[in-house]
Design a protein around this ligand. Structure first.
Ligand SMILES: NC(=O)C1=CN([C@@H]2O[C@H](COP(=O)(O)OP(=O)(O)OC[C@H]3O[C@@H](n4cnc5c(N)ncnc54)[C@H](O)[C@@H]3O)[C@@H](O)[C@H]2O)C=CC1
Ligand SMILES: O=C(O)CCC(=O)C(=O)O
Length: 448
């Protein structure tokens, strides 16, 4: 049997050889492989049974054509994906992303992260992810509807309430889930459990809209409390102005923090008086506008093109809630210079590998995405439970369960950190705690 170092190195080499053009997937997989070394030392059976070899290879990766017609009658062809990565502990579960950057590498990195994230929730859900390189920006409602109908016409062959349950991600919110659900129903009849993030009138869960952002703050609170500190009075930078960012902003403010930035892919607003939540909701949720418009409405705010992580101000907490690799090494160094003490990731893989090294070298306490943003998928799993029992729970009931789950996730990763002597390396703690449950299930189920 290979020693652990050689085993990991051979696995990385085989990933590079098989998938040379998948940098995002390599980044996600290599980070996990590197942090699992202490578990493999303790559990040689995982090496003997090549559990990690199975973990990094999706059970199934589906790619399909998505034809749709725009309002002027032109024909377009996009590419759709669903990667069903791992079903060891439950049906595949994870969102759908609509963004021009979507390709197999991005869907695989997201699906891979989802395996360990879903495991951390303690709920019976496996990992998957999907999406398309369709760009929803500037499209009319009818174009979005026609695209979603075409996408679901193909996707419906591969999903089911006990098989694979997609949800939203970048570019997929309540409107898109509604169109996707409608098309599924037209083809197969009403089956509430085939998607989550549904409207409240047809099987959605209260608090799913808020779940990822609220969950991020529940997680952050647990982490900060453990450092004998508090969120109250802290200055916070948030990136993004979508679903995750908006509800992180709301809950951070409810906890007495001052959030001074939000952003989109064009630029960011900095409001030293604190961002006005209602204005952001109006621009992004109602008008579907650009964040630049915030500065037209609020006189204390400045708008700048570019990345919010290049803004040089003193602050305490970073909450990246936009997209992958939005923070690089130099931006992480600026974070250190600006006095930030904590980072908790609302987006998936927003910090690149070099940025994470800077956090660790400078004692910035780092809450990694797969733990910090697990609230969305956790409430999705609660939506699945409500669909199965044909009941709807109250907002407070779901919110309370969400809070408990996020605190439990923090405890699991802190315990793993302590057990393996990781010295507050919560990234390794999250990977280890998420992996152990999946690995035990995979081992029990044999070579499948
Ligand atoms: N919606 C959910 O329940 C969950 C989402 N996430 C992750 O959170 C992140 C945000 O997702 P959502 O808020 O759902 O999407 P969304 O579509 O509602 O919002 C995305 C936001 O990020 C901004 N953005 C996109 N690309 C950007 C770029 N290159 N630079 C700066 N800003 C950019 C957009 O302008 C928008 O404000 C993603 O990484 C997603 O995978 C993670 C867990 C659950
Ligand atoms: O709610 C879900 O199933 C999707 C959540 C998701 O895509 C994520 O956690 O990144």
């Amino acid at each position: 049997m290979a020693d652990v170092e050689t085993y990991i190195k051979d696995l990385k080499d085989s990933i590079i050889k098989r998938d040379p053009n998948q940098p995002e997937f390599q980044e996600a997989a290599f980070t996990v492989l590197d942090t699992l070394k202490p578990v493999l030392e303790k559990h040689p059976e995982y090496v003997k049974n090549n559990i990690l070899g199975s973990l990094v290879e999706p059970e199934r990766a589906i790619q399909f054509r998505v034809p749709w017609q725009d309002d002027e009658g032109n024909f377009h062809i996009n590419r759709g994906f669903r990667v069903q990565f791992n079903s060891a502990i439950g049906p595949y579960k994870g969102g759908l992303r609509l963004h021009p950057s979507v390709n197999l590498s991005i869907v695989k990195f997201l699906g891979f992260e989802q395996i360990l994230k879903n495991s951390l929730t303690g709920l019976p859900i496996g990992g998957g992810k999907g999406g398309s390189d369709f760009n929803p920006k500037g499209k009319s409602d009818s174009e979005i509807m026609r695209f979603c109908q075409s996408f679901m016409t193909e996707l419906q062959k591969f999903i089911g309430p006990d098989l694979d349950v997609p949800a939203g991600d970048i570019g997929v919110g309540g409107r898109e889930i509604g169109y996707l659900f409608g098309q599924y129903k037209r083809l197969n009849g009403f089956q509430g459990g085939i998607l989550t993030g549904k409207g409240l009138q047809y099987g959605g869960s209260l608090a799913r809209t808020e779940a990822t952002g609220f969950g991020l703050i529940y997680f952050l609170n647990a982490l900060i409390k453990d450092q004998k500190d508090t969120l109250k009075g802290k200055t916070v930078k948030i990136s993004g102005a979508g679903n995750v960012a908006i509800y992180a902003l709301q809950k951070a403010q409810e906890n007495g923090a001052k959030v001074v930035t939000v952003s989109d892919s064009n630029g960011y607003v900095y409001d030293p008086n604190g961002i006005d939540l209602a204005t952001v909701k109006q621009i992004k949720e109602v008008e579907r506008g650009r964040i630049k418009e915030y500065a037209d409405k609020i006189s204390t705010a400045e708008y700048h093109e570019g990345s919010v992580w290049d803004l040089d101000i003193n602050y305490d907490i970073a909450l990246p809630c936009a997209t992958q690799n939005e923070i690089n090494e130099d931006q992480a160094k600026l974070m250190v210079k600006d006095g930030a003490k904590y980072i908790a990731e609302g987006a998936n893989m927003p910090s690149n590998t070099d940025a994470i090294a800077v956090y660790k070298q400078n004692d910035i306490i780092y809450g990694p995405a797969k733990a910090a943003n697990a609230g969305g998928v956790a409430v999705s799993a609660l939506e699945m439970s409500q669909n199965s029992e044909r009941l709807s729970w109250t907002f407070d009931d779901v919110d309370k369960q969400l809070k408990d789950i996020m605190e439990d996730i923090y405890q699991k990763i802190a315990d793993a950190d302590a057990e393996y002597g990781l010295n507050k390396d919560y990234q390794a703690g999250a990977n280890i705690a998420g992996f152990e449950k999946v690995a035990k299930a995979m081992l029990a189920q044999g070579l499948v």
